[in-house]
Design a protein around this ligand. Sequence first.
Ligand code: GLC
Length: 553
Amino acid sequence: MNGRNAHDDWWRHAVVYQIYPRSFADANGDGVGDIAGIRAKLPHLAALGVDAIWISPWYPSPMADAGYDVSDYRDIEPVFGTLAEADALIAEAHAEGIKVIIDIVPNHTSDQHALFQAALAAAPGSPERELYVFREGRGSAGELPPNDWQSSFGGPAWTRVPDGQWYLHLFAPGQPDVDWRHPEVRAEFEQTLRFWFDRGIDGFRIDVAHGLEKNWELPDVGGLPFPLPEDAAHDHPHWDQPAVHEIFREWRTVADEYSPPRVFCGEIWVGRPHRLAAYLRPDELHTAFNFDFLMAPWLPAELRRVIDATIASHAAVGAPPTWVLGNHDVCRPASRYARDQHGLGPRARNLRHFQARPADPELGARRVRAAALLMLALPGGAYVYQGEEFGLPEVEDIPAEALQDPTWVQSGGTDKGRDGCRVPLPWTSAGETYGFSPDGSAAPWLPQPADWASFAADAQDGVHGSTLELYRTALKLRRELDELGDGDLEWLDGPEQVLAFARPADADGVRFQCWTNLGSEPVALPAGEVLLASGPLTEDGALPSDTTVWLRR
Ligand code: GLC
């Protein structure tokens, strides 16, 4: 294990691997991934060289939103396993030198959560209903939703209950929002934090961290865009409300009581660098996902702008930047980059934003490898979504009847949603489910494509030039070279279509450099030792288009 990781500030430069448990590995043969599957794959994660894993929700859930609808925050969903297995996984990961981060979903519970069931059973105006957001409707008989808020998955953010009141859900109807002003809500979640901290987890990823507080007058959104313009003087009624920061200050004091201190990573979609950085002040969250980087098109000026803005905004609050290319909510980057990158919308991230453009899978594959090396050379931490180490593309042709994402139904069948990045992983090139489940098991919960054998782990293991070996070598170098951890970046002069930067010099004055060619012609490289390249260099040692190289000179 890297000496750096022994320190309390491991999170400042960690590579965190996201496990989406339903789709990672199925040990018990029911077609859904499980904790036993994760435990069996710990050697894969150790050999990959990640510092930590983040596990998407594994709590009991009716699965209205694939586990982001939690009915009990202090137990394990039986489909995934048991608390004893979770404890064993935490211990085994730690024995491999891998930290464990789990997901907490504080904006909403499941509609099957005991507190929501109690609220439903109680009368309008009862104390039980105050934990959630119940209101009378508009219209002469209250037949219209209380305001115009829309669910992120489509349709109104309100559902009516039989006694006539409406409840708020910014996501699926099975995900009622809680009222964070209520002391009991705050106490509940604090107890959940402690429950898992006491079991030894190293931190939480916080779901929809920018959504917890609302403007409690519940005004209409009207035509207000989100993200708001950089200099907007007003706030959005239900995203990024200033009161949310107080909640995270309280959480930070809880995390800091532990030794070593536990850490938080916020899922914060605010689209304004200074508003994101506000969550990362020293008494709030430790890190946040950098969705601006994830959404940046594969164009040199755009990438450089996002990198600079990220570093500047994070430095202003003393937080480490982070970098991310994909997760369980967005189109796989290999498929995103397979399209023409010009003129995409500023927030393009889901399949629906790219689907109309013709795809060149070979181009996407080249670019995503170059993007991975670029990301892993930047200062700060990085997030790798399961399957990126295999170069997996988005599955774009899942038949309508197999789709599970609530987006599909709530959009009235117009948006296929996020299932294409959630297809169960291929571990072996042979076998009925590419080794996701044991042969003879139930069918995987989402169908796998017929042509995935070449992406399987065993097809890439030990194969020089494979994406898996590229990731392994890159992560090994990140651990070996101190200059790849904290510290600054200095842009190097070069042609416009090239992103080239150096990292701080080591003790001998040798500098690490990262060069990415986003143009169409090869570019000459400076003299130096080539440590790693995302693809072959030209015969005379130049850097071909859509290729990244790591050098020392
Ligand atoms: C976050 C999760 C996403 C989920 C939503 C509602 O954005 O990443 O998967 O649907 O929150 O919990």
